[in-house]
Write a protein that binds this ligand. Sequence first.
Ligand SMILES: [Zn+2]
Length: 319
Amino acid sequence: MYLETNHVLDVQLVQSNEVKNSNAMELEGLKLGLRNLATNHMKVTDLTTDRHVQVRKFMREEMENICHWFDSPWKNKLLTLWKKKGCEAVGNWAQSIANHLYYCAASSEGNGDLVVAKWLSIGNHVVNRHDGHGDLFPRCLHGPIDRNKKWIKAGSKAHKELLLITERKRFVADIRMLSPTEQTSALEAQHKVVCQFAPKFLSFSYAAMKQRLHLAALHSVANANHKQAETRQGEKRYRLSYPKYKAGHHVVKAVKENCTYGYVDELMAELIRMKEEYKSDANARAASGNILFSPPPLSSSANRILKSEAVQNHRSRFN
Ligand SMILES: [Zn+2]
């Protein structure tokens, strides 16, 4: 995804039997994607990925000319901490802490030490202490704070458990490489679109999955940056939601305009054009070359057994 426009640039599908083991799928997908971008004369200067070990190694050793950044999927950890007994107070803070993480990365111009200093100040801030954070980032930069803010009690169980997460060594080390571009919302939205086109509770053949991924990408590109809906009077529309982790408090969300499905008409027109050009399925298939490639299905590597024998074993086991 090109994060400045939220456009999906490329989609890759890797099935676990195409690579050595399922752990190698991410890296293979990334390599294919980068190769495809290069073939299409796109120069990548910065790349944000998750913190996958093989991807880190590959980027460090073979892609030195691309700045590698991490995205920040840690919100989930914070969002589950409030469920722990004695940690309910964290629920009100999860979103602000996640926002703080983006702020640290976005406001530090790639200075890793400063990102970390800003990040660690959160441990003080949540207990209503706004200075004395350290040399690099001595005091919070926010203005006056809402008086009704629900502070966490310093030294309480919630505070201690929160610090265990925010100050963890690996975590702090990775924060240095946190992407300065706020990206998760666009990516999260993209994952939702993929789930809409390829629901997880259904299974699809490789070819069908690939087509659905491409449809999801087309849908996202057509709807990237669609605007916030407005009332007839021209005012921006919002809605309220009451998520569980907010413990009875609300969140304000922007209401977006309805999605466009104009890409479906374009696809139909292209289909008719190709039908006229190739005359038959066989011709179209021959002309499509590698596009229709599918690896053998995963079940092809299963140990085959005679059905009669399997049924016999099943019966003797359950009778
Ligand atoms: Zn503060």
